[in-house]
Design a protein. Structure first.
Length: 121
């Protein structure tokens, strides 16, 4: 049974994702940060997807597609081992930050509202 208070996890996990994305900018670049981000993002996306399935959320296909795009971007960055410099670190961090910001404000917000409505029934 989903309770309203359960949604605290979503905010907390988003903050953690923003924190890891910010760490990409730190010099010298630590490739482990990308791996940590990849693991944590997977943990977070899986949890949202579990909620969507459990609630028969109508927007599940679009939402999972959006997560999959992020998964692919990150996988490509972790796998290609591109040599990094400060300019690349900053632009990668900005790109991921913007992606996450729009995702959280848009598609995740809709999911949050849906979870809240379902739990109040
Ligand atoms: Fe999210
Ligand atoms: Fe999401």
């Amino acid at each position: 049974m989903i309770k309203t208070s359960d949604l605290i996890w979503q905010d907390t996990q988003h903050q953690m994702l923003f924190k890891l994305i910010d760490e990409i900018k730190i010099e010298p670049f630590d490739r482990e940060v990308l791996k940590k981000l990849q693991l944590y993002a997977e943990h977070h996306f899986s949890l949202e997807e579990t909620y969507m399935k459990e609630l028969n959320y109508p927007g599940i296909a679009d939402h999972v597609r959006a997560h999959d795009r992020f998964r692919e971007e990150l996988r490509a960055m972790v796998d290609t081992q591109v040599s990094m410099n400060k300019v690349l670190q900053d632009s990668l961090s900005l790109f991921l930050f913007e992606w996450l910001r729009l995702h959280v404000l848009g598609i995740d917000k809709k999911l949050e509202d849906y979870i809240l409505r379902s739990s109040s029934k």
